[in-house]
Design a protein around this ligand. Sequence first.
Ligand SMILES: [Zn+2]
Ligand SMILES: [Zn+2]
Length: 178
Amino acid sequence: MLQVDVASLKRNIGETSCYELQAALPPLEIRGEKVSFWEPVKVSLVVCNTGEGLLARGQITGELQLACDRCLELFHYAFSLPFEETYRPVPGGGEVPSGSGEKDAESVTFSGDILDITPEVLNSIILSLPMKALCKEDCPGLCPRCGSNLKDGQCGCESENIDPRLNVLKDFFSRSKK
Ligand SMILES: [Zn+2]
Ligand SMILES: [Zn+2]
């Protein structure tokens, strides 16, 4: 999990700490589909004690295994996105069971000395995903007739709709194969 020890940071207003985090995260649930990471997610993080809370800012990078909307093949989807979140200690310092950090509009509460930014990082990643995922911009997709992946070349179905002017060529090729 993506966690930082903020024991000293949270006692010293004005202090800033930098962290390089890395974690192998469990698959995301996106529209009912499980989406795995190819590699651990990295976060370069700067956390500043502003007096109001801990302002965490950084950059999230990683690669997801997305399925192409056209050809359905898994491909590497690399992302790099900014992260910003304010964490406030639970008022009164009372211990709250982990995982119950409540989110208001501007900040997330935390308790104890360990700040776990995993939920917010996952959320940022999910929000950044494109509505349509394509393995490449001009992915030709699957043949609507036989379902073969046109990225690997023509499947042969095309010959039925072939421009009659090209029939000469078609004959030529089928003859030359023999
Ligand atoms: Zn594709
Ligand atoms: Zn086909």
